[in-house]
Design a protein around this ligand. Structure first.
Ligand SMILES: [Zn+2]
Length: 126
């Protein structure tokens, strides 16, 4: 049986293409969905930015609702402000996780190094 290549199991030294960007990576550098670290980082960064946008929208809508319908008195103004800050933070976190989940299911932004010869800024600057 030794020397037979038919039954050799694929080892960590064998490369596989990342299912998001297509770059061949070592199996050890791919996660369970076969994404490379660059794609994970790019998707996380973009999902975080989108999440903050969602959080801001949620906080603005809540502020409008408070202003128009709840009509806060001066006594509880600080409580309403704290609620808005909490909504902003929660909206950003939920938005980030949902956006990241959608990226993982459907394919997210490609890793910056996935396109050789194409100059792209680091994920944080886009
Ligand atoms: Zn990738």
């Amino acid at each position: 049986m030794t020397g037979s290549k038919e039954f050799r199991l694929a080892g960590p030294e064998d490369g596989l293409p990342c299912t998001n960007c297509g770059m061949v990576r070592s199996r050890a550098d791919l996660d369970r969905l076969l994404w490379c670290q660059g794609c994970i980082d790019a998707s996380r960064a973009r999902a975080a930015r989108l999440g903050w946008g969602i959080g801001v929208v949620v906080a603005i809508l809540a502020a409008l609702w408070i202003w128009l319908f709840a009509a806060p008195t001066d006594l509880v103004w600080g409580g309403w402000a704290a609620s808005l800050v909490a909504l902003l933070w929660l909206g950003a976190r939920f938005g980030r996780e949902i956006t990241y989940g959608v990226y993982r299911a459907r394919g997210g932004p490609k890793a910056p190094d996935a396109l050789p010869g194409v100059e792209r800024p680091p994920p944080g600057l886009r």
